[in-house]
Design a protein around this ligand. Structure first.
Ligand code: ADP
Ligand code: ZN
Length: 364
């Protein structure tokens, strides 16, 4: 098992470990007791993850004589709601949870976001640990302390920055993860190579076939690379005042496409298309080498992701959503573009004509 420390604001009390390995779940009782002592542990998970891993985690806690309970809720983004949140809190109270209790988020990004949000607000905050089970959560959402739930008016409208006491990643969870979920995570993993590290990009290019075959060691290395890069960025800019924005590479157009498809296109698939759009804009406006743009497209395709915008999505639809973004940001869309591979920058002004042309080009 490998581990790395997240150091925030040089406040020692707020640093915590990310541990990555295969079969981490078998040793997790000890890890939890060590990193987050508490009188009562409550596992929060969704019904799918609960069915495969819930009892196993509870068993690991109870065999170490740690008092533990489990709360499960329906799977899927729709469950990231106020309704779910209140229902979980009511269950916590029934189970006798108090300020000496701690939460364990066992699941994908949805479980992590909801559990983190509840941990940050329940009785004015209690500790929690992330045990991410999807690739998206392992390479991205479980790191960095962003928590949120959705409102009918939009996604992630209610949330906090609240760091966990630890992130324990078991690569074995991925054995049961459906292919499409896996691809979503690969999009984010590729993003780190593009925005931060030519070496990581090269590594993915060399190994994408074996990673698709779910080679354990390579998955572990890929996840380790992602965590190291994300952690480094969060350490510098925990609250997303500046540099952390580079993590949104591919997400501006990505979010527009995701929403325009009524969320039938997954987050990762939409981000893949968004990254291609950003690379193409970078090529046109900032001399990003064509050869590198092609490498990005090729790697995404090898990962099973798309580089094209489906015909069913209209250019006007995308433009309307981008304009709405622009209003929110104060008349500028914060586009993350590329100077070179591994060298992103934030560009405030991509002309509408360029955006439109890029979108049209990608529908051919
Ligand atoms: P994400 O992590 O991509 O943001 P979710 O939290 O919604 O998304 O998880 C995606 C789906 O995968 C959910 O239906 C969830 O129950 C399921 N899931 C999570 N982890 C696993 C796993 N290790 N094996 C199988 N299914 C999983
Ligand atoms: Zn993302």
């Amino acid at each position: 098992m490998k581990s790395m420390k997240v150091n925030l604001d040089k406040r020692v009390a707020s640093s915590y470990d990310i541990c990555i390995g295969y079969d981490v779940l078998d040793r997790i009782g000890l890890l939890i007791a060590k990193h987050m002592p508490a009188l009562h542990y409550i596992v929060i998970t969704d019904v799918n993850v609960s069915a495969i891993y819930g009892m196993k985690l509870l068993g690991r806690l109870r065999e170490m004589a740690l008092p533990a309970d489990m709360i499960e809720f329906p799977a899927g983004e729709d469950a990231k709601s106020i309704g779910t949140t209140v229902a979980i809190v009511e269950r916590l109270i029934k189970l006798g949870a108090d300020r000496k209790s701690a939460l364990l988020a066992l699941g994908g990004g949805v479980v992590g976001d909801v559990t983190g949000f509840i941990a940050s607000t329940f009785m004015r905050s209690i500790p929690y640990i992330q045990i991410p089970t999807t690739l998206v959560a392992q390479v991205d959402s479980s790191i960095g302390g962003k928590t949120a739930i959705d409102l009918p008016e939009g996604k992630n409208l209610l949330g906090t920055f609240y760091q966990p006491k630890g992130v324990f990643i078991d690569v074995k969870f991925l054995d049961t993860l459906p292919e499409e979920e896996m691809n979503s995570g690969l999009a984010e993993a590729i993003k780190y190579g593009v925005i931060d590290s030519v070496e990581v990009f090269d590594f993915l290019e060399r190994n994408i076939e074996a990673i698709k075959e779910r080679d354990r060691d390579l998955l572990e290395e890929m996840i380790g690379n992602a965590c190291r890069i994300k952690k480094g960025i969060v350490e510098i800019d925990e609250k997303e005042m500046g540099m952390r924005r580079v993590l949104n590479f591919g997400h501006t157009i990505g979010h527009a496409i995701e929403a325009e498809s009524n969320f039938t296109i997954s987050h990762g698939a939409a981000v893949s298309i968004g990254m291609v759009a950003a690379a193409r804009i970078s090529e046109g406006m900032h001399d990003f080498p064509r050869r590198d743009r092609e490498r990005i497209e090729h790697l995404l395709e090898s990962a099973g992701l798309s580089c094209r915008i489906p015909q069913t999505i209209t250019t006007d639809g995308i433009m309307t959503r981008l304009r709405a973004d622009k209003k929110k940001e104060g008349d500028r869309i914060h586009f993350v573009l590329l100077k070179k591979m591994g060298m992103p920058f934030i560009n405030g002004g991509v002309p509408e004509a360029v955006l439109r042309e890029t979108v049209e080009e990608m529908k051919k």
